[in-house]
Design a protein around this ligand. Structure first.
Ligand code: G6P
Length: 612
């Protein structure tokens, strides 16, 4: 949600920061802008409504934008409509300071009144512009950009990742964070700031993840990190382990398609090094829990948003089924605003691809305030949720750029199956089950590949959905949350209304919608409730509903109930979601692509929702 990139060094700044925000465009894409200090020491700002390509098209000639220091921003509107005036960077009355900002300044109305009473002219509807006027005010007093930013931030309530430049300090970038990520990159004789490492890893993999209330002052040959009270901080330099290819589309038309096709590898990366054949169990070292602590767990809570919440629901089915530990799953946005009961011996898990989702983070703080131990399941090393947790598990899915989450989902589910087996083996789960699970999990990447090999067939079936206005996804048991996820994928990127339902619940409402115009996607693998779901499909067929079934290879019976069948390989029930979701991802992708939509950047959505 919004992206920041800043550069200071020896190279021409404009191409570097424009390229950088393009890599972050998946985070927000209603307007963009940049500010540089040009070769004459003047602040130059350019902003544009729409995608970054519009900004690029309208930039002045390179000779007019020459400089080696600048900041850029891509926006997802929160305060104020997407307009050029509301786009970042924002500047102050004398026009010498520019600020880009992610997050929300909660007390901006009061600050705005105060600034206006002191004759500041506020031009936009944004909360961000308040910041730059505050900095102007304190810079006038202190003549020091870092001190001015420190003073200004002390008055601010809310969250921010910011980068600030000023033509009065033409060799300096000041950046700070609170509750919104800000990363400082160290290159060779050059430095970067960004809200997301994918913007800068083609330049450097050496980074410092700023902590809340830290502020970095960067000059061409020197940097210093301090607190808002100006205490010097000795920060740790980390090495980003992402490969540059993970942020390139390669031969694929869209990131989403590339990420769907990466799943044989990303799922393997999630379990690699975590299977312990000798014990017929698994190891999750990042949990930092002893065997005794794992055995003392009486129940679990799992809190998440969006696709991660669907993964959590699958986790509930699996953990309860094989570890016999009760699990409650909750939306983070609900958890944070009620008075949740966290009984003793109940660790709370927070699942988040980005590790930065505002609601999930707030829920984590709530659980901790209630004395619970918090564990993160995230994809992003050094993310706020990873740092604020008492322990956790990285899913190691690599950069996920498509707004609709795919590979992160299957990696999250993989981790939850590992957790289920770990908790189970600490209790009464038989070693034979643990051994069978390990053997079967190792086959899953190749089974995912087998489904991906059917992509052309799935594309043909997707053509039958293109003109639909609605779709119903049905599943039972562990495949009910898969139905929810399939429906979410379709609506997110193709804008077709879709709902996921437990198949048997259909007769309590949605059946009223069934006619020849209502496609039904049924997840009907060969398992203990197969016959039940066949009955549900008969109910659909009797009302002329068109059925696409996801069934186990070799199942001939399903054909008579379905207009189309997509086969998935046989696997144990615990692992079925890792296979059954793949055709649903591909169906959604092809429908959106056939409709000519912007698959990677669907309207109104953002990859990482760092505001409420
Ligand atoms: C946004 C994304 C979804 C994602 C959700 C939760 O809505 O568009 O794809 O599932 O946030 O994100 P998280 O990073 O916490 O998993």
């Amino acid at each position: 949600m919004c992206g920041i990139v800043g550069y200071i060094g020896h190279r021409k700044v404009t191409p570097i920061i424009v390229e950088g925000i393009k890599r972050l465009e998946y985070r927000g894409y209603d307007s963009s802008g940049l500010a540089i200090i040009d070769k004459n020491g003047e602040l130059k700002i350019h902003k544009k409504l729409g995608k970054i390509i519009e900004l690029e098209r309208t930039l002045p000639a390179p000779s007019e934008l020459e400089g080696t220091l600048g900041i850029a921003h891509t926006r997802w509107a929160t305060h104020g409509k997407p307009t050029e005036v509301n786009a970042h960077p924002h500047t102050c009355c004398h026009g010498k300071i520019a600020v880009v900002h992610n997050g929300i300044i909660e007390n901006y109305r009061n600050l705005r009144k105060k600034l206006e009473s002191e004759n500041h002219t506020i031009k936009s509807e944004t909360d961000t512009e308040i910041l730059v006027h505050l900095i102007e005010h304190f810079e006038h007093e202190t003549k020091d950009l870092t001190a001015a930013v420190q003073q200004a931030l002390k008055l601010v309530e809310g969250t921010y990742g910011i980068a600030v430049i000023s033509s009065d300090h033409p060799r300096k970038i000041v950046a700070a964070r609170k509750g919104s990520p800000l990363i400082f990159g160290i290159g060779r004789d050059e430095f970067f700031v960004t809200s997301d490492v994918s913007a800068i890893i083609i330049h450097t993999k050496r980074v410092i993840y700023l902590k809340d209330d830290e502020i970095v002052t960067i000059e061409p040959d020197h940097f210093e990190i301090t607190t808002l009270d100006n205490k010097v901080v000795k920060a740790k330099i980390s090495e980003v382990d992402w490969d540059v290819s993970s942020i390139e589309k390669g031969e694929f038309k869209h990131f989403m398609l590339k990420e769907i096709f990466e799943q044989p590898v990303s799922v393997e990366n999630a379990f690699r090094g975590r299977l312990v054949s000798e014990l017929s169990s698994v190891r999750l070292g990042g949990l930092n829990m002893t065997g005794e602590e794992l055995r003392s767990i009486e129940r679990l809570q799992i809190v998440a948003c969006g696709t991660s919440w669907h993964a959590a629901l699958i986790g509930k089915y699996i953990i309860e089924n094989i570890a016999r530990v009760p699990v409650e799953v909750e939306y983070a946005s609900e958890y944070r605003y009620r008075n949740p009961i966290v009984p003793p011996h109940t660790p709370v898990f927070f699942i988040s691809q980005s590790g930065e989702t505002a609601d999930t983070l707030a829920a984590l703080y709530k659980a901790k305030a209630k004395g619970a131990l918090a564990y993160g399941i995230t994809n992003t090393i050094g993310s706020t949720i990873a740092r604020e947790s008492d322990g956790g598990v990285y899913i190691h899915a690599g950069a996920e750029i498509g707004v609709a989450s795919t590979k992160a989902f299957t990696s999250q589910v993989t981790i939850l199956t590992l957790l289920a087996v770990l908790l189970g083996r600490m209790r009464n789960l038989a070693p034979t089950f643990g051994a069978a699970f390990i053997k079967e999990l190792q086959k899953i990447p190749q089974k995912i590949q087998q489904i991906l090999d059917d992509n052309d067939k799935i594309l043909e079936i997707a053509k039958t959905l293109v003109a639909s206005k609605n779709a119903l996804y049905l599943g039972r048991g562990v495949n009910f949350p898969v139905a929810l996820e399939g429906a979410l994928k379709l609506k997110e990127i193709s804008y077709i209304h879709a709902e996921g339902y437990p198949a048997a619940e259909m007769k309590h409402g949605p059946i009223a919608l069934i006619d020849e115009n209502m496609p039904v996607v049924a997840i009907a693998p060969d398992d203990v409730i197969y016959d039940k779901i066949i009955s549900n499909l008969q109910e659909v067929k009797a009302r002329n509903g068109r059925i696409i079934s996801i069934a186990t290879e070799g199942d001939k019976r399903i054909i008579e109930h379905s207009e189309n069948v997509i086969y998935i390989p046989k696997t144990m029930q615990t692992l079925q979601p890792l296979l059954s979701v793949i055709p649903l991802q591909l169906l959604a992708y092809h429908v959106a692509n056939l409709r000519g939509l912007d698959v990677d950047q669907p309207r109104n959505l953002a990859k990482s929702v760092t505001v409420e």
